[in-house]
Design a protein around this ligand. Sequence first.
Ligand code: MN
Length: 498
Amino acid sequence: MAKSNVTVLDTTLRDGEQTPGVSLGPSEKIEIARAIDDLGVDIIEAGAAIVSEGERKAIKQISKEKLNAEICSFTRAVRADIDAALSCDVDSIHLVVPTSDIHLKYKLGKTRAELVKMSYDAAQYALDHGLVVEFSAEDASRADLVFLTKLLKGAVKLGVQRVCLCDTVGVLTPEKSKELYSKVAGELKVPVAVHCHNDFGMATANTVAAVSGGAREVHVTINGMGERGGNAALEEVVVALDKFAGVKTGINLKKLYSVSKLVEKVTGFPISPAKPVVGENAFTHAAGIHTHAVLKYPATYEPMTPEMVGQKRRLVFGKHVGSHAIESELKKMGLKPTKEQVTEIFGQVKRLGDQGKFVTDTEFRAIVDSVLGREFEEAVKLTDLTVFSGNRVTPTSSVKVKFGDKEVVESGIGIGPVDAAMNAIKKVVEGISNIRLQEYHVDSISGGTDAVVNVVVKLTDGKRIVTARGTSGDIIMASVQAMINGVNRLLWDRRIRG
Ligand code: MN
C-alpha cells in the first residue's frame, strides 16, 4: 500500500471537543486547525455547524483559511444541520445516522424504514447543494449487517462520495474489525472510513485492523481525545500503520509531539505520561539496566526512535538509576570525575530516590557540585514577594530579587495568586536573561489543606533545558522558588562552562 492510499480525517475539533470539560472558542479552534493542517491531515472535521453561533464562526473562519485539508462539518440527517454547514462554506459533511436497532429504538425513536428515508433525503439535499458527503453509520458495529450494507449501498447509489462505519461504543476487536470492514468494503465502490472509540483500549488496534481489511480512511483525534475512553489517537494510528501495515499516510511524523503538546495546552486536556508516542515517558528510561542498554544500543528498549516522532530520549535519575547513566550524564556535562566521585554521586542520587523522589537536573547538579567541591553561587536571590488576592481584587503580585548588585522589581496579574506571582517572576527572569518557562507541574506531597507542595518547572535558555524543584507549605513560595532555583542553575552552568 502506497502513500495516500489511506487518508486521515482528524476530528479533534468535533469528536475530540466532546471530551467532558473541554470547550473551544473560535480562536482556539483556528489555532488547532492550522496546526493539524500543517501536520498533513487530509480532512479536518472542524465541528458541528448546528451547535452554536460561536461554532459557526469558528468553522467559517477555518474554511476561509485556505488550508490544504478538506474542511468538513458534522451533521445529522436534518436539513437545518446541512443548511448550517452550507452557511459555513465547508467542502464536505460527515452525515451521521444511527444504524443499530438499539440506537433507532431508544435514541431516535424511528423504524429502519423511516431512518432510510430521512437519511437519503438528507444526503440528496446535501449533494444537490454541491457538498461532498461522507455517509456515516453510527453504532455500525452493533447494527444488523444485512440492513447496514443495504443502507450504505443505497447511499452510494445516490452519489455519496464516501461512507463510514463507526464503532461508536468501542466494542470491536481487531479480528471482528478486519472482518466487518473487509465485508463492507468488498460490497461498495466508494472508500470506506473507520471510526473507532477506545472503551476497551482497542481503538488503535481496531483501526489498523480495519485498514488491513480494506478501510481507506481513518478517523482520529490528537491525543485520543473524545468522550469516555476517547477516540483512536492520531499519533498512535499513523505510527502503527507505518510500522505494522507498511502504510504511509501524509502525516509529517516529526511534528507529532509538538502538535500533541499544542493541543494539550489549548484544550487543557492533559496527556498521560504513559501515553504512547507523545507521552513524557514514551522515550524515558529510569531503570539502570535499561539506561545502560539504551546508551549502548537504543533499539534495545526503543521500538521506534524518539526523533522519528519529534520526541527526545530522557534518562531519569531516581532509585533505579544505574552508574552508566550517571557517567554518561557527567560526560555530557563535560566533567571528568574520579571513580570515587562517581560512586559518591551515584549513592546520593539513590538516597534521594529512596525518599520517593525523582531527581531533577538542578538537584543532580547540586549533588555533582558538592561532590566535586565546586562552590555553587546563586546569581539571583529572592528578597521580596507579595501577593494580593480575594473576591474584590485582580490577583496581583510583586517580586523583588537581587541579581549581582542590582535590584530588580516586577509585578504581574493573573487568574489567581499563583498565576500572578509566576507572571511577575517570569518578567524578572526575562528581564535579566533569555530563560523561558516551558512547563509547570504542582503536586502535594501530603494530603490536606496544610499539605507540603512540590512544584517542578522546566526552563530553557534555547540551548539547554533544566528541571528544578521548589518545595514549601506555601504554593506561591514553592512556585517562585522553583523558578529561581532553575534560573540560578542555568546561569551557573553558563558561567562555569563559558
Ligand atoms: Mn465518535
